[in-house]
Design a protein around this ligand. Structure first.
Ligand code: SF4
Ligand code: SF4
Length: 311
């Protein structure tokens, strides 16, 4: 909850949590859908049971245009680290305005540079600009097309991302992660520990042993065809994805798919692990794997992947 006039003044100058700069979506509570204002309802989405609305929020026009009306619960609750640091007296009001001012100036520089380079509409929301940034990054390897303007732009983007990740949305530190872990229900703790152990083991096995041998560890037994409700599969999907954030180096999609298949096998749920390739912009091939139970993706398939092998 934004709890002082000073905090409101900071937010009025900023808006980065509404305009798609910091987040691509905003989380909704269960059952909140029915009471959303039309501005938010038009961006409502439900992905695998996780309800949210897409950002930029249609109600954001330089500032929130429905500030005094009913909004989503998250709109009133969310406070970034700049607001928290200010209210806890870790930073002064001037410093808070300083961070917001710096972010706004970087955003404006990025927009101007992108207009020159990419020719994007100056009213494009920042989340739309992010797509242009991705396109720009894909040109990094194309040395002939990459010039001084591109370089300057990437430096500005990097500065904005660093500012956001250090001042506005710091990642949870180890201590707060441990506290959070102890707060979750016992069943989720067990599932998370299982996912972590299986993912570590899968990474080790797949690093040192051939895939052919690994596939022998996965039984070919087909368990009775059953329509699994998404609610039975989401916890496994979530546990693998959370465990993936804690592995010593980022797991490949094959490690994750293999580990998830292993977990499902322990629950007598048949799944299909698919390996595929994707052709990059420079015609280079990247390997990806994904895992499905029926149509439900436990490890998501990357777009435009061509299937080469299933297990
Ligand atoms: S990012 Fe922080 S300062 Fe900016 S509008 Fe959101 S809560 Fe306010
Ligand atoms: S309703 Fe207002 S506060 Fe909520 S996301 Fe949209 S612009 Fe931001």
């Amino acid at each position: 909850m934004i709890n002082s006039l000073a905090e409101q003044a900071i937010c009025v100058k900023c808006g980065m949590c509404c305009d798609g700069t910091i987040f691509a979506t905003a989380k909704l509570n269960k059952g909140e859908k029915e009471n959303l204002p039309p501005e938010i309802a038009q961006n409502y989405q439900n992905i695998d049971g996780h309800e949210s609305f897409r950002l930029p929020c249609p109600a954001f026009k330089g500032k929130c245009t429905i500030y005094n009306k009913q909004k989503a619960d998250i709109c009133g609750r969310f406070r970034c680290d700049v607001l928290k640091d200010f209210s806890d007296h870790r930073i002064s009001l001037d410093q808070a305005f300083g961070y917001v001012g710096k972010a706004m100036s970087l955003k404006s520089n990025i927009k101007t540079l992108l207009l020159d380079i990419e020719g994007i509409d100056k009213n494009t929301p920042f989340s739309g600009i992010n797509q242009s940034i991705d396109h720009l990054r894909s040109q990094l390897d194309d040395k002939k097309r990459f010039n001084q303007n591109h370089r300057e732009l990437l430096v500005k983007i990097h500065s904005l991302q660093t500012l956001i990740s250090t001042k506005f949305r710091r990642k949870a530190n180890f201590r707060s992660r441990v506290i959070k872990f102890f707060r979750i229900p016992l069943s989720e703790k067990k599932l998370f520990i299982e996912a972590l152990l299986i993912l570590y083991t899968s990474k080790l096995i797949l690093s040192f042993v051939s895939l052919k041998f690994c596939s022998r560890l996965i039984t070919k037994t087909k368990y009775p065809d059953k329509k699994w409700a998404d609610e039975s599969l989401i916890p496994v999907k979530t546990a693998i994805s959370q465990a993936n954030r804690l592995t010593f180096r980022k797991s490949s999609t094959l490690d994750q798919s293999f580990a998830a298949k292993w977990m499902l096998q322990r629950r007598k749920i048949s799944s299909t692990l698919t390996m595929g390739v994707k052709v990059g912009t420079n015609k280079n091939l990247s390997n990806y794997s994904w895992l499905k139970v029926g149509e439900f993706e436990i490890v998501d398939k990357k777009e435009d992947c061509t299937e080469i092998y299933t297990l």
